[in-house]
Design a protein around this ligand. Structure first.
Ligand code: NAD
Length: 293
């Protein structure tokens, strides 16, 4: 079994980005600037945004964190987004989800200019991804594609089962792996909460991507010998033995599945760190596109 080390791979990607940034600096070209908008004080969101801002500093990007109170109205947030769209100094920005209940996520994501939408959530960018046109691929699926490619995991002609059909993970993942591209050319089955007899499907899969958000859902008896397993899940599970009172669990029962799989991503240290690296890669791309305009 080979562990797909997202920590190490993402560190390598960050080094590549940092060297592109220092080349920009040497040529007196403006370095990428990422802004992140955080509404409210959701603990997990604060951790994620903090990690993104820290990663920007590490590679030499400029970063701006805009923290807004929980009671921010939808109109106020839309005004903030318009300001970021118009700010020539900002190359890309993200609005951390989930948003407070009184704000319509979809309305907010639609307001982000597609050229600055480094999360790749705007319908224009999702449409471009579907048509295999230049776009911003959303960071989590992009990170998984990058892991598969860098570890040279065969995908062409293989059967992939993606568990989960969300807009940010399962759906784009299934589209990318079925496309004619590196880590693509696979035959993809998308499974979801209404899928009948899921285990019968996953047992035929060469690659399983588990993105459903149910801790340790995928067990060894559900996969075939030597399958490659990608665990996207991140769930806080209460654990009194930990100082913070919880541990992070993936969607895969690592202990049993790792004994049967050919490749597996750990949680933490697999897909998670890749997601941040690919957000940086998208921001660099946004800067390069703006520079070329
Ligand atoms: P989601 O809740 O939007 O979607 C879950 C999907 O799983 C749905 O499409 C649903 O139909 C499917 N599902 C639910 N129960 C199922 C079952 N019993 N059998 C088959 N399918 C089932 O979740 P999401 O946003 O796609 O996230 C999934 C997981 O990935 C979560 O744990 C989330 O925290 C994690 N995540 C991790 C990263 C990362 O960077 N590693 C990024 C995004 C999401």
């Amino acid at each position: 079994m080979i562990l797909l080390d997202g920590k190490q791979t993402s560190a390598q990607i960050k080094e590549e980005i940092a060297s592109a940034v220092s080349e920009m600096q040497n040529n007196n070209i403006k370095v990428p600037h990422l802004a992140a908008v955080l509404v409210g004080t959701n603990g997990a969101s604060m951790t994620y945004v903090g990690a993104k801002v820290k990663a920007c500093e590490l590679v030499g990007f400029e970063s701006t964190l805009i923290e807004l109170p929980e009671e921010t109205s939808e109109d106020e947030l839309l005004t903030q987004i318009k300001a970021l769209n118009d700010d020539l100094n900002i190359d890309g920005f993200i609005v951390q989800l989930p948003l407070p209940k009184h704000i319509d996520d979809q309305k907010v994501l639609m307001a982000i200019h597609p050229d600055k939408d480094v999360d790749g959530f705007h319908p224009m960018n999702v449409g471009r991804l579907t048509l295999d046109l230049p776009t911003f691929i959303s960071a989590t699926p992009y990170g998984i594609m990058e892991l598969l490619e860098r570890y040279e995991i065969p995908t062409s002609g293989k059967h992939v089962v993606v568990i989960g059909r969300s807009h940010i993970v399962g759906r784009p993942m299934s589209i990318l792996m079925s496309q004619k591209r590196p880590a693509g050319n696979a035959t993809v089955t998308v499974a979801h909460s209404r899928t009948a007899n899921l285990a019968a499907l996953t047992k035929t899969a060469d690659i399983v991507v588990a993105a459903l958000g149910i801790p340790e859902f995928l067990t060894a008896d559900m996969i075939k010998e030597d399958a490659a397993v990608i665990d996207v899940g991140i769930t806080r599970v209460s654990d009194d033995s930990k100082k913070r009172g919880y541990r992070i669990a993936g969607d895969v029962h690592f202990e049993s599945v790792s004994k049967k799989a050919s490749y597996i991503t750990p949680v933490p240290g697999g897909v998670g760190p890749m997601t941040i690296a690919m957000l940086l890669k998208n921001t660099l791309l946004a800067r390069q596109r703006a520079e070329a305009d």
